[in-house]
Each structure stands twice: as C-alpha cells, then as structure tokens.
Design a protein around this ligand. Structure first.
Ligand SMILES: O=C(O)CCC(=O)C(=O)O
Length: 239
C-alpha cells in the first residue's frame, strides 16, 4: 500500500492528492530531458498556438510519449510504487497511455484550465504530475479546482492564448474555486481525469518549471463520445 487511506479519501473527495517525494531523482531527470531536447525535434513536439511566437515554449517544446522511444522514461513511468498508487486510486490495474515533459522556461505560457477527459476520452483516467524542481505560484504551478471531478464532462470555451499555449478551457461550475498547489521537486500530484486543472505563465526571469507527466487508464476503462461543446476540439482553432 503506497497511499494512506487518508490520501485515497482526499483524492475521492477533492479529485486530487499529493504524495510527497515519490520520485527519487528529479535532478537526473532534468539532466536527461535537457539532453534529449538538445538532440532536436521529437515526434509530437508542441510549443502551443503559433499566435505568440515570442513564447519561449516554442524553443523548448513539450515532449510527448517519450516512453515509446526513451527507455528511462518507460522505467520512471512504470516504477512499482507509482503503479501501485495508481492501481489503488483506480481500483483497477493501471495501464500507461501517455507521458509528457513540460519545460516551461522563464516567461513560458501556461495551459488553460481543463479536464484531461476533454482531451482523452477514456474513463476513468488519472494524471500524475511531477515537478522536477520547486513549483510555486511564480513559476506557474499546478492549479486545480477541488470537487470539479464530480461534475461530469464540462463545457469548453476559447482560452486566452496570451497566457495559455492551448486554445480551450473548461467552464468552472458555480461555487467552485481554483487552488494553486505548492510542490517540491519529486513530489507527485495524482489527479482525476475530470478534475479541472492547468497553469498560468512562468512569471520569473530565471527559473524553469520542468514537469514529468504520466497518464494512466484502468484495464477496464471505457472509451466515450463527449457531447457537443465538451471536447477541446469543439472550440474553433487558434493558429
Ligand atoms: O503543467 C501544466 O502546466 C499543465 C499540465 C496539464 O494540464 C496536464 O498534464 O494535463
């Protein structure tokens, strides 16, 4: 048992939970991914919408599905403690479906608040978000909307691409409020596929916010068709 009953209860009630220090070698992961990034373009890279070419995310695009071509990623994403924790939260056998690395250099845009099931239409889905260095408000930390996972798949609308590298965001249900989560390098934030989350820009001049992100579904998860207006692809594309 990796997560305590209290942590599991927190996840069920609020839609997310933080497990401190789950990743042992964040500094090595930074070094590894900076080397991989320096090698040049990788399949699926994105710096986000192109209407803000000044965004430094374009120079350090987000990498995706590294576990398909990078052995250390596969090991980090399938380490036994992590899988055991996801199994616990899913009450099913975890199946890894996505890995990502966000570089978010100083000045980088954030990602507008959304539900991951508005991108990946499989339920249940769990994200694991691991900052590889201290993550606080100034660098554009993870922001969650506690309780939003209990409201189904929500409507989407256009996001402000001056602050978000993606173009769509969720409508936040009345009465709920966003909360920034302070985290240390190597902590892991588990969040439900229907928990609204995202981030704001990195406002610092000299700090990065590199984050390793994995997504898992349960072995018995089901694909679904989102109603019109509730999937990010239903928002008109920004260039
Ligand atoms: O790291 C961020 O800025 C947001 C990450 C996110 O939204 C996600 O992993 O789905």
């Amino acid at each position: 048992m990796v997560l305590t009953p209290r942590q599991v209860d927190h996840y069920r009630e609020h839609g997310y939970v933080v497990a401190p220090g789950l990743f042992a070698e964040p500094a090595r992961m930074i070094e590894h991914y900076m080397q991989r990034r320096a090698e040049g373009p990788k399949p699926g890279d994105t710096g986000g919408t192109t209407d803000h070419p000044e965004d430094p995310n374009h120079q350090y695009p987000r990498m995706i599905n590294m576990h398909n071509w990078d052995e250390p990623t596969k090991e980090w994403a399938t380490q036994p403690d992590l899988i055991a924790a996801v199994d616990q939260l899913l009450d099913d056998q975890a199946v890894l479906i996505q890995t990502m690395l966000y570089f978010k250099p100083p000045g980088g845009r954030g990602q507008a608040l959304h539900q991951d099931e508005q991108y990946i239409t499989i339920d249940p889905l769990i994200g694991v978000w691991v900052p590889l260095e201290k993550s606080d408000r100034a660098v554009g930390q993870m922001v969650v909307v506690p309780g939003s996972h209990l409201h189904g798949i929500l409507e989407v609308e256009a996001a402000d691409t001056a602050i978000s590298f993606t173009q769509a965001q969720s409508l936040i249900p009345m009465g709920l409020e966003e909360v920034g989560v302070d985290m240390e390098a190597g902590d892991a934030l588990f969040f439900a596929g229907k928990c609204i989350h995202g981030s704001y820009p990195n406002t610092t001049a000299d700090r990065w916010r590199r984050t390793f992100i994995c997504h898992y579904v349960g072995a018995h998860a089901q694909k679904f068709v989102p109603p019109q207006g509730r999937h990010v692809s239903h928002v008109k594309a920004t260039p």
